[in-house]
Structures are given as C-alpha cells and as structure tokens.
Design a protein around this ligand. Structure first.
Ligand code: UDP
Length: 483
C-alpha cells in the first residue's frame, strides 16, 4: 500500500507555500499521498492561494482546512502576530489529533511547520515518525536551536551585546540582524521562540528549505560541530528549494500584466514586492515611487496602502484599509510612469512574474520563500528586509551569496531616500555588478535544480526520509501481527 502522510501548516502564507510544495514533491517524485491539515483564521490572501490550489484538484494532495481556532480570549490588542500564530498552532493540537483519529487508516508520518512543534506529541501518541519543516535558512535554524544556550549565557538584552552573537560552526549573527522574537526577552514572542528552539529537537528529523549549494558551511556544522550537535540531536535534511509551481498562463486578471511583460525587453523589468505582510510607511512609499521614476527603469510594483508603522500582516485584513493613493504617491506619478510601470494593488502572482523573461531584478522584503523563488528564476535582488528573520536573510543574500544590493542603513531604522533607491535600481538593472549578480543567480538556479533532480543532494535526502518512513511502517506492521 502507498504511503500516506499528514502535513500541518499554520495560516501564514510563508508556511503554506513550502508545505504545499513539500506535498507536491512527495507526490511527484516519491508517489506519496499527503493530507494537508491547515490551521485557519478565515482571512484572505492565504486562502486565495489555497483555493487556487484546491481548484486544480491534485490527485495525491488533499487539503483539509481545520475548523477556525478561537484565540480571542488569549489575546489582547497588543498581542504580536507571531504570538498569535503560536497560540493558533497550540489551540489546533486537539483538532490535529481528532482529524488523524478519524482517518480510516493511520497515516505513516506527520510533518509540521516549525511554529507547530507542539503537534509532534500527537504523532508520538500514534507512534508515527514525526518531522518538522523549517521554512527558512539553515543559518536561522542554527540560531533557533542555539538560542536556549544563549539564553543561559547572556544576561542582558541581546542587542546590547557588542557586535555579533556566535553560533558554533556558523557565520556569527550581527545583533542588528537578530530576529524580532529575540529583541525583547521579557515578551511572549521570545518565550515562544525558546520553546520552538527546544521543540525542534523532539522530532525525528528537520527538513530545511535550503540545499547544500546554498548553505554548505552551516549544514556541515549540524553534522560535525560538537557544540551544535549537543543541542540539536535530530538529523537535519536540506531538501530545498521547495517553491511554488509556476502555473501556465490563463488567469484572466493576470493576463493584462503578462501581455505587458511580453512586450518589454528581456531582463529589463524590476519587480517590487514586500511579501504577504510587508507594508511601507507613507513617507517611504513616496520615496520609493520617486526612486523608481528617477531610475528610468521599467517596473511592476505590488503596492499596498501604507500604514503608520512599517509592518502589516494579512492576518489583520482591517489594517489593509488605507488612505487614498494621492496621499502617498507623488503627484502625477501614475501618469508619468504609465508606459514604463505597472502597479498591482496588494497582491501579484509572484512566481509567474519572476519567471517571466522580461523580469531582471526583484526588490524584496527578503522573506525566504521570495528569495528562493527569485533564485529559481535566476533573478538578483535589492534586499529590503522588514521583519521576522528577514535582516539575517538579507545579510546572507548580500554577503554569502552575492546576489543582492542593499541600502546603507536598514529600512526599518531609516527612510531610504530616493537617490539611494535610484542608485540601487540602476546598479541592479544597468550596471556590470548587477549583470554579475544575474549570472550568479543563474548558476545557483542551475545547481539548485540539479540538486532536486534524480541523484541530486536534495533528492537523495528526500529519498532517505521516505525510506525511513517505509521502514517504520514495516516495523509497525510486524508488531501489529505479533500482538
Ligand atoms: N506572494 C505572492 N504574491 C504577493 C505576495 C506574496 O505570491 O503579492 C507569495 C510569495 O511568492 C511567497 C509568499 O507569498 O511564496 C511569501 O512568503 P515569504 O517567505 O517570501 O514572505 P512572508 O510573506 O512569509 O514574510
């Protein structure tokens, strides 16, 4: 009988995308059937993505939205989004248990995104192999599992530590790049982060959405560095990149954009988007508009109405209600750029846009899915980190991969001025440095694609996981026959 596994995702688009990609990888390359249990809130963009996926009706991938969890009694107006996500995943544990218990045949393994490590205990109750899908870099995984040690060693605020935090065998992390959850040690997100770091070790393996060509040094640390091995005993499997499929043309709302892109020269368009949750301030939006116009480059910009802070999240659709575009776009901008630029309100079909041959650069908030999608399209970037672990991702992209330019000062600290934006855009789109980054992105795309195909390193790691699940099933079958 074919293998059947359970995949548990949070409602975050940045988790749904790689979980669905994992389900497809298991189906297409290993013939494994998946049921994706989706923790829900009922909010939009992520469900659009899921709906689009469900409409296609893939034979081996079933998505079951769990009943929405009620965390209203556990949160207040100031509860951070990450805390809410952790609470949702915690409250969903009984729902995961009931969904599995109601199945005709016990599934063969459980995979859960790293915010949901508390569901691992359900897998243990059913004696199923249990895995965590870590949806960011191996470097961030290293910080996450090592944070409980730092918690013992460092007494004050991490950001007051001089320079860098050291992680055994890995690139040190600049304190200004630290993940948001580590910034306030008295706040709940930090406690959740410590719990996640410890929880990862309870799995039978951690799948990281990366590959050996991208993060060889950090991956080696997991295998060989004694200090790292003493905190993380579970094996780490670099099975990435797991990215969304590029869908064939045909979406009506999208076709106008695709037709426009068809008419532009190869690699001449900059794609500008700040992910599922990124929103700039009004002042920053204005500077960005000026910078794009001054650069005289073609662009497609997914634009969201600004709000007071820098960051927004689709979990709060009310925050998306914004001001009128005249309040944040320079007067006459739309008219002056009408032949060279396209504005997409709130959402764009990102992977299809990046894959279009006319797109030659990506200004991004550095969500890890976005970075991988850019690499898999051979497109270099302007790194514009906003929240979560994106500052680390930006540093990795610039310093380790040499795939991006970035502003002098973090965009979360200062408004980036129009001249600097113009300069970065020109470097990426016109300059030989940008050309070199484009070549490098193409090389990485080729090596990552090879890693995913038969015999490649990511493919082999995935084969190992599937074969471990098969062995465990055989063993369980033999036990069942004995008793
Ligand atoms: N995305 C998209 N269109 C948008 C914004 C985001 O398709 O307008 C997708 C994007 O392709 C990626 C995911 O949403 O797969 C965002 O994940 P990422 O890790 O980049 O950032 P997050 O939003 O989780 O911070």
């Amino acid at each position: 009988m074919d293998l059947h596994v359970i995949l548990v995702s949070s409602p975050e688009i940045g988790h749904i995308v790689p979980i669905l990609a994992l389900a497809h990888r298991l189906a297409d390359q290993h013939g494994v059937r998946s049921t994706v249990l989706l923790v829900t809130t009922g909010a939009s963009p992520e469900s659009n993505h899921v709906n689009r996926h469900r409409e296609k009706g893939y034979a081996l991938v079933e998505i079951i939205p769990l009943p929405p969890v009620d965390i209203s009694k556990l949160v207040g107006p100031d509860t951070k989004v990450v805390t809410q996500l952790c609470l949702m995943m915690r409250e969903a544990v009984p729902l995961v248990r009931s969904a599995i218990a109601a199945m005709d045949r016990l599934p063969d393994a459980l995979f859960v995104v790293y915010f949901g490590t508390e569901s691992l205990k359900v897998a243990a109750e059913f004696d199923m192999p249990k895995y965590v899908l870590f949806t960011s870099t191996a470097w961030f995984l290293a910080l996450s599992v090592y944070c409980p040690v730092l918690d013992d060693e460092i007494k004050g605020r991490y950001i007051d530590e001089p320079g860098h935090l050291k992680i055994p065998g890995c690139k040190p992390v600049r304190t200004e790049d630290l993940v948001d959850m580590m910034l306030d040690r008295d706040d709940q997100p930090y406690r959740e982060y410590l719990r996640i770091g410890k929880g990862l070790a309870l799995s039978d393996g951690i799948l990281v959405n990366t590959c050996e060509d991208l993060e060889a040094k950090t991956l080696q640390a997991f295998m060989e560095n004694e200090a790292m091995k003493s905190v993380l005993k579970s094996p780490v499997y670099p099975i990435g990149p797991l990215t969304q499929r590029v869908e064939p043309r045909g979406l009506k709302s999208h076709e106008y954009l695709m037709d426009w892109l068809d008419k532009q020269p190869n690699q001449s368009v900059l794609f500008v988007s700040f992910g599922g949750g990124g929103v700039l301030s009004a002042e920053q939006t204005t500077e960005l508009a000026w910078g794009l116009e001054l650069s005289r480059q073609r662009f497609v910009w997914v634009i969201r109405p600004p709000k007071k802070g820098h960051v927004n999240d689709e979990l709060f659709p009310d925050n998306m209600k914004g001001t009128h575009e005249d309040d944040y776009l320079p007067r006459g901008f739309l008219n002056r750029t009408k032949t060279t630029g396209i504005l997409l309100p709130k959402w764009g079909q990102q992977v299809e846009i990046l894959a279009h041959p006319s797109v030659g650069g990506f200004m991004s908030h550095c969500g890890w899915n976005s970075i991988l999608e850019s690499i898999m399209s051979g497109v270099p970037m302007i790194a514009w980190p906003l929240y979560a672990e994106q500052r680390m991702n930006a540093t990795f992209l610039v310093e380790e991969l040499g795939l991006a330019v970035r502003p002098e000062v973090l965009p979360t600290k200062n408004v980036v001025g129009r001249e600097e934006i113009e300069k970065m855009v020109r470097i990426l789109m016109e300059h030989k440095d940008g050309e070199a980054m484009r070549d490098r992105a193409q090389q990485l795309k080729t090596s990552a694609t090879n890693g995913l195909s038969q015999g490649g390193s990511s493919h082999q790691w995935m084969c190992k996981i599937v074969s471990d699940i098969e062995s465990k099933r055989k063993l369980n079958g033999e036990h069942a026959m004995k008793y």
